[in-house]
Design a protein around this ligand. Sequence first.
Ligand SMILES: [Zn+2]
Ligand SMILES: [Zn+2]
Length: 183
Amino acid sequence: MAKIRLSSSKIIEDASGTPHLVYDVIESLHPWSEHKLLQGGINGAVLVTDPTRASYRTAFVETFIDNTFIRGEGNTLEEAENKAWHKYQARMNCEQHEWEAGTYKNGAAICRKCGTFERHVFSAEDLNQYCSVCRVPTYYHFEVQDNGETYLFFCEEHYTAPDDLTIENLLGEVVFSPFEKKK
Ligand SMILES: [Zn+2]
Ligand SMILES: [Zn+2]
C-alpha cells in the first residue's frame, strides 16, 4: 500500500506557536509501490482550454510512475484511485507499446493499445519538425499556419517572441517591482 496526500490541508501550530502546513494523508486501496507518494483530492478543478468542453470539478488520484503521469478521476476518491490503478495495470500489461504522437509536438505520445501517456518518446526528427530558418530538428516553438494545415517550427536561436510576450514583460510587475520600490 502507499500513501495518498490529499490537497486538503490545515495549519497546525506547534508548541512554540510556529504554524505548519499539514496535509491530510490516507492509505491507498491498491498495492502501489510502498514508497510511492500519490496525491489526490475530492474537489480538484480541471480547467479545460478546449472551448467545446466545460471546465469541471472532480475527485482525483494521480502520480508520476515509471516516467509517466497516471491520473484517475471519479465521483469519489475510491473511484478515482480505482481508475488510476486500472490505467497503471493496463500499462504494466501492455507488452509492446504502440506510440502515437497525435497532436503532441514536444515528443510526447500515447500508446494506442493501453492509453499510456509518456514524454520523450519521439525526437524532433521522428516528428519531421525542422526549424524553418536553419533546418535543425526542434521542438522549441511552432506556429500554426493556414488554419492548422501547416506548421512552422523554430529552434531556440531563431524564435523571436513577440515584444509583449517576453518573460520580462509578463513577469515584470510581479518579479521586479518589489525590488524597484526599495531603491
Ligand atoms: Zn501500451
Ligand atoms: Zn533555427
